[in-house]
Write a protein that binds this ligand. Structure first.
Ligand SMILES: [Zn+2]
Length: 504
């Protein structure tokens, strides 16, 4: 293969977050890396290929630090007005019985939306039933490769069903449903661990672009032995590990019931808190927990879209930042957030911080929110040295926003209009790893008409195949919802809802 030519991006306006200014600049890209940034007219090698970027605002690609590609093929399938645990009761039936091609397809559906909305990298926790497989995880990574995105792909696993995970749940169910709940099973933990060993050992992709990781899904859903085994494996192979931590009040209350301590204290006792770990959500955590996470170097992913959609609560992001925790932003899955729009997630992170305190000096600024969605998320992915900034030495993951789009007409303060106003509609072109993936609104890597046909056909097939399982799951889910509402109404040391008295 011949060496790719250097690329020079001419005349784009580069956002400077610190000053909120966007001055014209040229960017020289050599071997997928930003070599130099300078004033217009920058001297470049004679063979450099020029890309015109006049009237474009150039910003680093947004980094999605928490999503689930399997949600792509279950869009619109999560009922309106369900909390997390009710969704989880149907999660198996929504993702079961997929072929390897459908796992690939689901990833493309989520990935195309991310790219079209200005996101260039994602940390993807992907579930397979009954257990993770090397073929399935590779199909997900292959989809990112074919699309041209960067990703961390982590098999998501549990060794307890929802009904085994939540203490007291089965006992609270009517006798007629208990048998149904008990019949459900997870894969034996040995099978999951063996599959992960193979996935990590035989990873065929360039780790600069596509990296494996592990995702024991939720502490309550995993036995202590399983959590320890995942963590050991992640450290042995020098990969990351991500889990959903204290996402709902029910989890926090039931965590104390099961472990006699907070979920974070439990993970600390197991020796799991270190820089390998990132925690998605981290809403219902106490000040002591925040200190533990900070001291251990655990990173956190804020998911305001799904936290609102599922009514999970408002994460104490400012307090985490006060303690120096690296915080990234994620969209969560396309079925529980209904979008993969990182611009919306970033704006909501900024706006939600206003509910946590009336002290406006402590609200997230546009600089902070955008930094969380870029360098913060890059740190969660373990790629903080390579992505999330437009600077020499960083990968050329660049989003071109059309300044003639109504979102920027007229142009007042570029940073405020970007973070508080952009919805992805002005995304014109996206470069990832020095290569144009989206150019002037056209996706260069994927046939979107074929994607649509394949997606509609797969949704029809899976809908029919899983209809019965989904109906049963929803019957059980109704009971789960009532049980977890009881937990949410219990008194608890932490408050993360708008008005605590409304919970009673
Ligand atoms: Zn999630």
């Amino acid at each position: 293969m011949s060496k790719p030519r250097p690329v020079v991006i001419r005349g784009g306006r580069l956002l400077d977050l610190a000053t909120h200014r966007a001055e014209a600049a040229d960017i020289l890209v050599v071997a997928a890396t930003i070599r130099e940034i300078g004033p217009p007219g920058l001297a470049v090698p004679a063979d450099a290929m020029a890309i015109a970027a006049e009237d474009r605002l150039l910003v680093p690609g947004l980094v999605n630090a928490h999503t689930h590609a399997h949600g792509g093929l279950a869009k619109g399938m999560v009922a309106d007005r369900v909390p997390l645990e009710m969704f989880l009761s149907s999660a198996g039936a929504l993702s079961a019985g997929r072929t390897t091609e459908e796992k690939y397809l689901s990833t493309l559906i989520s990935g195309v939306e991310m790219v079209r909305k200005g996101c260039t990298a994602s940390y993807d926790l992907v579930v397979e039933y009954p257990a993770p497989s090397a073929d399935g995880v590779r199909a997900v990574a292959q989809a990112y490769l074919d699309l041209g995105m960067r990703a961390v792909v982590a098999p998501m696993m549990a060794d307890r069903t929802l009904y085994q995970a939540l203490p007291g749940l089965v006992e609270a169910m009517p006798e007629t449903l208990r048998e149904e709940a008990r019949r459900l099973a997870t894969a034996p933990r040995e099978a999951s661990i063996a599959a992960c060993e193979q996935i990590l050992r035989d990873w065929p992709f360039d780790r600069e672009r596509l990296r494996p990781a592990l995702a024991p899904t939720i502490p309550l859903h995993c036995s202590d032995d399983f959590l320890r085994a995942c963590h050991r494996l992640a450290r042995e192979h020098a990969v990351g590990m991500q889990t959903h931590l204290a996402e709902t009040k029910a989890q926090a209350v039931l965590g104390i019931k099961r472990y006699g301590k907070s979920l974070v204290a439990h993970l600390a006792e197991l020796g799991l808190l270190d820089e390998t770990l990132s925690a998605a959500h981290a809403i219902w955590i106490e000040p002591d927990d925040i200190a533990r996470l900070a001291d251990a170097g655990v990173k956190v992913v804020h998911n305001p879209l799904s936290n609102l959609r599922l009514g999970s609560g408002v994460a104490p992001v400012r307090r985490m930042l006060d303690r120096g925790i690296a915080v990234g932003i994620g969209t969560d899955a396309a079925n529980t957030s209904d979008t993969q729009n990182m611009f919306e997630a970033t704006r909501l992170a900024a706006y939600l911080s206003r509910l946590a305190t009336p002290d406006y000096a402590r609200w997230l600024s546009v600089e902070e929110s955008f930094t969380l969605a870029t360098t913060g998320s890059a740190r969660v992915m373990g790629m903080g040295e390579r992505i999330g900034r437009l600077a020499p030495g960083f990968a050329a993951d660049i989003v071109f926003l059309d300044l003639s789009h109504i979102n920027y007409v007229p142009l007042g303060d570029a940073a405020i209009q970007l973070v508080n106003g952009e919805n992805g509609a002005a995304v014109d072109s996206v470069m990832i790893d020095g290569r144009m993936v989206l150019e002037r609104g056209r996706l260069l890597t994927i046939d979107e008409a074929k994607l649509r046909n394949d997606a509609e056909a797969a949704m029809r097939r899976l809908g029919a195949a899983n209809a019965e399982a989904l109906a049963t799951a929803r019957t059980l889910g109704a009971v789960v919802g009532v049980f977890c509402l009881g937990q949410a109404r219990a008194s608890h040391a932490v408050h993360r809802a708008l008005r605590e008295e409304d919970y009673r």
